[in-house]
Design a protein around this ligand. Structure first.
Ligand code: UDP
Length: 327
């Protein structure tokens, strides 16, 4: 049995939909940003906080949990700059509690959702796992702190783990049943699509004077189902004892600027956008693009979906929730 902490959130719910085919799952989520209707009905759901020792103790005592996958973090760069306490409390302190209770119950397999934000402003255009980590915002720092804690816990307590550093997750499940749903929404692709559906008057481009080919920030967008598949390969590698620890980037290896994302959304949807050029958003590095060669060589994973697939699937989802909400 696998415990998925944060399984009602965007990435966690997509992982659950794929993993439920091969594993029994319990989802623990406090629904602070997750949604109960994103959780697959085949899993057991417990509403609770990852920092709540009592709930965790009950879960680990009651169920034969073999591994924990941890998606329950706050993940907004801008918010972390304004409210670092929230990020260090939830992402670091609460995760430490979860790890401590796991170890009390001798559960020693852990998959950790980390981020490209751990790299800060990288000196290379293609980031590998060997690129120096030097985060420039509290969100990235909070994730890197847990990465260091995991190294130490492996040495001291034999905790086995895989760290997955996501680049920009986007897109929606092929079933059309689940997709990206944040409140408030801050991510670029859903914001552009909501605008193209008439839910927002315009889109702001945050910063046009970055050192990139068109002055806007470049990111590596990866389909959420590709991310889910990487988690399953990682989980199996731990359960089959092929690996004890590893850190992998998860991206497409291709960067797109904010302007290119807007252009591609216009092309896929056939709707023209009203774009407002705005100031930079605090905490944003100019370019973040991943090399995911390491996980390809070690676990055979590579991204299957390209940017158009990502936007098409997200467009289908956003249209479906629009229909759902008007009924
Ligand atoms: N962005 C933007 N307008 C928006 C939302 C985001 O220009 O309304 C930019 C943002 O500054 C960043 C890129 O789009 O350069 C991706 O941002 P997002 O929040 O989607 O992901 P992040 O890279 O912060 O994880």
């Amino acid at each position: 049995m696998i415990l998925i902490v944060g399984g009602a959130g965007y990435i966690g719910s997509h992982l659950v939909k794929e993993l439920v085919i091969q594993q029994e799952i319990i989802v623990l989520d406090n629904l602070s940003s997750g949604h109960e209707n994103l959780i697959d009905e085949r899993v057991r759901f417990v509403k609770g906080d990852l920092g709540d020792r009592e709930t965790l103790n009950q879960l680990f005592s009651e169920f034969p949990i073999e591994a924990v996958m941890h998606f329950a973090a706050n993940s907004l760069v801008g918010e972390s700059v304004g409210n670092p306490y929230k990020y260090y409390y939830n992402n670091v302190s609460n995760t430490l509690t979860l790890l401590d209770v796991m170890l009390d119950h001798e559960v020693k397999n852990f998959i950790f959702s980390s981020t490209a934000a751990t790299y800060g402003i990288p000196e290379t255009s293609l980031i590998t796992e060997a690129t120096v980590t030097n985060p420039i915002n509290p969100y990235g720092r909070s994730k890197l702190m847990i990465e260091h804690i995991l190294e130490d816990f492996h040495q001291a307590y034999g905790l086995n783990y895989i760290v997955l550093r996501y680049f920009n997750a986007a897109g929606a499940h092929a079933s059309g049943e689940i997709g990206e749903k944040h409140d408030p929404e801050t991510h670029l692709i859903p914001i552009v699509l909501e605008h193209l559906l008439g839910k927002r008057e315009s889109i702001s481009v945050f910063g046009t004077d970055y050192d990139t080919h068109d002055g806007t920030c470049i990111r590596d967008y990866i389909h959420v189902t590709d991310l889910a598949n990487a988690h399953i390969l990682s989980l199996n590698a731990l359960l089959e004892e092929k690996l004890q620890t590893a850190t992998y980037n998860l991206g497409n290896g291709k960067g797109y600027s904010v302007k290119e994302i807007i252009d591609t959304c216009e092309k896929v949807t056939g709707v023209e956008a009203n774009v407002v050029l705005s100031d930079r958003r605090p905490g944003d590095p100019a370019t973040l693009v991943a090399s995911s060669e390491k996980i390809y060589h070690e676990l055979g994973w590579k991204a299957e979906y390209d940017l158009e697939d990502i936007i098409e699937s997200a467009w289908t989802w956003h249209n479906s929730i629009l229909v759902g909400s008007s009924n």
